[in-house]
Design a protein around this ligand. Structure first.
Ligand code: ADP
Length: 478
């Protein structure tokens, strides 16, 4: 029990480690593929930008620049008219929205990139995302801040204080308002823009985002993923098979130990009788008494036959293991055969069992090996008598159905538990009745029964309730 639990625990532990290792590996592969994806599109975009600038002398934001310059000029003019050098929060918000709108609707880069990707056979369905970092109006040497991204501001700390100083900003500092511009991991940075024009300064970042990036990366990782799942599956299956085999080995080894114990017990009884009888024959008192000599000789003879039977049984079983059954089949009237078997069972010491026979075979002839079939029925009958705690009443019922003959042997014995029913046909198995030596046996009788039935192309089954008796049904084809 202890070893079993240790093996089970070790097995589960190793499987957990294996699964964790596989998860780590897959995550690594995923990250690698993800980075490769980003790199691929970043490089493609760089190429596209270079070509665009070289051939068209544009970066795709010309219209944006013209519009923003005009707007900035207009705002500055208004401020001069009003003799003001700061903007209200609402005004800043309105300008920021305008800048966002112009950037997103008037740029030509996205379209160019899309065509560029498509022509090279890559995915062209991306969404562009522009994150504004800073926008300020420039009035000669004065800078009027409109928007400053927090993250950007932190990165540009020294520059910012500079700007604030030269720009002589009010103590309130540059404006910060919610823009909803949070970054997603699937975004690929294409370029950081930062430029001053006549009337403004704009810093922004251009990203592209592929909606089916996950799908593409998953497709690229699928081979490693499938291999991992397969290896886990293989290891788990191997573990289960090994564990099952180990348990089966253990069960068989226990059965063998039980068998050796039983056999020793079984063999010792006739052997000790023979030894005692031999010693008795040496006594002068017995030697002079012919009747006593005869009686002792008979006893020795009987016990030798019993010993011989036991040894033959074991030899025969080991023969079966090596070779197939050699049946000598003959057509026999099954009803007559059953009657003969029961008769000789009764005369051969059926231990006063009452045996009721009910046959419905109607002269039917069945192809059988008479010797083996007799052994089969004899084993069932002797078990019915042996495993009984009251006067044994046995019923043998026989009938034919759907090309099979059925022979049912029912008894009123001690019965068999559900768990034992699963194993009683196994070699060496003996039900764990409280006192194992109360009922003598080697655990081979029913194994024999099953083997004989199967060799005839049939089978044997059991139904039983502890304390209520058992029914063994043998079915054979005819
Ligand atoms: P053995 O009788 O030598 O132990 P068998 O193979 O004939 O071996 O039977 C296996 C086990 O099945 C027995 O140990 C016994 O517990 C149980 N068994 C067999 N026949 C009966 C029966 N008629 N009634 C109750 N138990 C039985």
């Amino acid at each position: 029990m202890k070893i079993r639990n240790t093996i089970l625990l070790l097995g589960i532990f190793s499987i957990v480690i294996l699964i964790s290792a596989q998860i780590i590996i897959i995550r690594g592969v995923w990250q690698q593929k993800d980075e490769m994806f980003n790199l691929r599109y970043r490089l493609l975009s760089q190429d596209a930008l270079t070509v665009m600038e070289r051939q068209w002398s544009t970066d795709g934001f010309d219209t944006v620049r013209i519009l923003l310059n005009a707007k900035s000029e207009m705002v500055l003019k208004k401020l001069t008219e009003l003799k003001e050098d700061t903007l209200t929060a609402e005004k800043k918000q309105a300008i920021f929205e305008y800048v966002t709108y112009v950037l997103n609707t008037q740029e030509d880069l996205s379209q160019f990139l899309s065509r560029w990707f498509q022509r090279r056979g890559f995915d062209k369905d991306f969404k562009s995302k522009i994150v504004i970092n800073r926008f300020e109006l420039i009035n000669f040497d004065k800078k009027i801040p409109v928007y400053l991204n927090d993250e950007f501001a932190n990165r540009q700390q020294p520059q910012r204080t500079d700007t604030l100083r030269t720009g002589s900003q009010p103590a309130s500092g540059p404006p910060r308002f919610r823009t909803g511009q949070s970054r997603r991991s699937s975004e690929i940075l294409v370029k950081i823009y930062g430029a001053e024009d006549n009337f403004y300064r704009l810093d922004f970042v251009y990203y592209i985002d592929f909606s089916d990036k996950q799908k593409i990366v998953l497709r690229e990782t699928s081979a490693s993923l499938a291999l991992s799942i397969f290896s886990i599956f293989l290891v788990v299956t191997l573990f289960l098979i090994t564990y099952k085999n180990l348990m089966e080995e253990k069960r068989l080894s226990n059965l063998k130990t039980d068998f050796i114990n039983n056999m020793t017990h079984e063999l010792k009884t006739p052997l000790s009788t023979i030894t005692v009888a031999g010693k008795t024959l040496e006594l002068p008192l017995i030697r002079s008494n012919e009747a006593k000599i005869l009686e002792t000789a008979k006893m020795i003879g009987k016990q030798s036959v019993h010993l011989n039977q036991l040894i033959n049984m074991i030899l025969e079983i080991s023969m079966w293991e090596r070779t197939q059954f050699q049946l000598d089949k003959k057509k026999v009237r099954i009803e007559d055969l059953l009657n003969d078997i029961v008769e000789s069972f009764k005369s051969g010491g059926g231990n006063g069992a009452s045996i009721i026979q009910k046959y419905n075979f109607k002269d039917m002839e069945v192809d059988l090996d008479i010797v083996y079939f007799t052994t089969l029925i004899n084993n069932l009958l002797s078990n019915a008598v042996k495993y009984s705690d009251k006067d044994p009443v046995i019923e043998i019922e026989g009938f034919a159905e759907n090309n099979y003959v059925n022979v049912k042997v029912s008894d009123n014995g001690i019965g068999i538990s559900k768990n034992d029913q699963k194993h009683i046909f196994d070699k060496f198995y003996r039900a764990s009745t409280g006192n194992i030596h109360k009922y003598k046996g080697l655990g081979l009788g029913l194994y024999y029964v099953k083997k004989i039935a199967e060799a005839h192309g049939g089978d044997v089954t059991v139904t039983s309730k502890p304390g209520k008796g058992s029914i063994f049904t043998v079915t054979l084809p005819y």
